[in-house]
Design a protein around this ligand. Structure first.
Ligand code: ADP
Ligand code: ASP
Ligand code: MG
Length: 403
């Protein structure tokens, strides 16, 4: 039996924690399992490295950022291997490159293109526990790349898929997927099971517990994920395709919050064909991810107002792009103090009134909704950031998720 286990930043956040993970891995080994262990950097480490880079440059080269950021995972991989070897378990630590992980060229948010499992299989064959530094690979020129924040989840799922592992266990400081972030709503309930689609929405809408691209890949490759805690032996949450059962009954299965949102409001935009296309294609060229968009009906003077949201860390880039439209705009306002709160559930497909219930629940608590977007299985609302936690709790209660 081959198991891929991934330990996140908090799970390896100190030498004591690495020791505790080593004990957990040793236990699995003693049960006779073949093991590939993916590790994150110690918690806070990646942020610290980013700060170091910004000490020298506002806009550091992305290639060098990857050189820098990939080092955090290398440290924990080696330390865990050293600890396990000391315990008498043959273990080898590998970088992303040594583990055969090939990516495209998009430094700092690269996509995995393929995994050559030769070396991994060789090491497993020799009886080694294999530790892989998460969050990294190499591109076709042999340059180190990283996979975007939270990317060790993606490394683990991709390795589990490529090795056809029997299980992919993702360990963090929560013992599974909850109806909402249990740090915000202590009444949140743990789910035994959640479908890929629901998990993908929750992750994409801000639930950091799993990186969204890892869920996307798991769905594509049919990798069953189990989300567990490295701090307890509690049963986790299974993320896989749901087989019929209760699919119709659950209206809303979770609430997600994303504070990493900023709003751009453009006033007096020239109302001519092609202007929106120009604005959004220029944003796309800079790899800026535009989320919600609102355009008002045009006014008598032949202009219109246009609003959209971008991730907070891309606001400066967005401002730069907007400057090039000076002649087509009366003005632009930027607001970082907005948040996106979302409800997710496959049951919404076959029910009406879910969005209306969400809107009135927020209204009753005096929370103004600034933008809305919906899909078959989610409703997202942009609100003032100061109401974030309140909105999560109100929606959690409205849809009976605490029951
Ligand atoms: P790691 O560092 O191990 O990758 P993360 O910090 O990325 O772990 O993810 C775990 C955190 O995700 C939890 O501490 C929790 O606060 C947060 N979280 C957000 N939404 C949820 C949810 N719906 N269920 C469980 N945890 C959630
Ligand atoms: N260390 C990286 C990050 O903090 C990757 C990860 O932890 O998954 O984003
Ligand atoms: Mg994470």
């Amino acid at each position: 039996m081959l198991v891929v286990q991934k330990y996140g930043g908090t799970s390896v956040g100190s030498l004591e924690r690495i020791e505790s993970v080593a004990n957990r891995v040793a236990r699995a080994r003693e049960e006779g399992k073949d093991l590939v262990i993916v590790v994150s950097a110690m918690s806070g480490e990646t942020n610290k490295l980013i700060e170091y880079a910004h000490h020298f440059s506002k806009n550091p080269s992305k290639r060098e950022m990857d050189m820098l950021l990939s080092s955090g995972e290398r440290v924990t991989a080696a330390l865990l291997a050293i600890a396990l070897n000391e315990m008498g378990h043959k273990t080898i630590a590998l970088t992303g490159r040594q583990a055969g992980i090939k990516t495209d060229n998009a430094h700092t948010f690269a996509r995995i293109e393929s995994i050559d499992t030769t070396r991994l299989e060789e090491e497993i064959g020799k009886g080694n526990i294999v530790i892989v530094a998460g969050f990294q690979g190499i591109n076709e020129d042999g340059e180190v790349t990283t996979l975007g924040r939270g990317g060790s989840d993606l490394s683990a799922v991709a390795l589990a898929g490529a090795l056809k592992a029997d299980a992919c266990e993702i360990y963090s400081d929560v013992d599974g997927i909850y109806t909402t972030d249990p740090r915000i709503e202590p009444k949140a309930k743990k789910l035994d099971h959640i479908s890929y689609d629901e998990m993908l929405e929750l992750a994409s809408l801000g639930a950091k517990v799993l990186q969204n691209r890892s869920v996307e890949l798991a769905k594509k490759m049919g990798v069953k994920i189990v989300a567990k805690s490295s701090f307890s032996d509690a049963e986790g949450t299974v993320i896989s395709d749901k087989e019929g059962e209760s699919m119709e009954e659950v209206l809303v299965s979770g609430v997600a919050l994303d504070k990493n949102q900023a709003r751009v409001s453009l006033r007096g935009v020239t109302d001519r064909p092609g202007i929106a296309a120009e604005i959004f294609s220029n944003l796309a060229k800079e790899n800026i991810v535009v989320d919600m968009i609102i355009q008002n009906a045009s006014t008598d003077d032949g202009t219109t107002n246009l609003g959209f949201t971008v991730p907070q860390n891309q606001l400066e880039d967005a401002k730069r792009v907007m400057e090039s439209f000076d002649h087509d705009l009366a003005g632009a306002d930027y607001d970082e103090s907005v948040a996106k709160v979302s409800i997710v559930g496959v049951g919404m497909k076959s029910h009406s009134g879910v969005a209306a219930a969400a809107f009135s629940a927020l209204a009753k608590s005096g929370i103004n909704i600034e933008m809305i977007s919906t899909s078959e299985i989610k409703v997202s609302m942009i609100i003032d950031e100061k109401f974030s936690e309140l909105a999560v709790r109100v929606l959690h209660e409205e849809f009976g998720l605490d029951k």
